[in-house]
Unconditional design. Structure first.
Length: 76
């Protein structure tokens, strides 16, 4: 983030007012930066659908603080 721009997006798909997939699609229209989704959904069909929408990495709850730090670093 040396140029002042984010290096990746960390997104919770279960947002209450707007769907995470909608945010992902908007980011994809503007940028190719990595998008990591954090979610409580475990079903394979949901994971595959979300990856097809453009997410680069997927982390299912429960996750530790260390994982929240390590996963974005791995995809940057």
């Amino acid at each position: 983030m040396s140029n002042g721009k984010p290096a990746a997006v960390l997104l919770n798909i279960g947002l209450s007012r707007i769907r995470g997939v909608t945010i992902c699609e908007a980011v994809r229209h503007m940028s190719s930066m990595p998008i990591l989704i954090m979610t409580g959904w475990y079903e394979e069909v949901d994971i595959l659908r979300d990856i097809d929408c453009g997410f680069d990495a997927y982390a299912c709850e429960p996750f530790s603080a260390r994982e929240v730090i390590a996963r974005p670093r791995a995809i940057i």
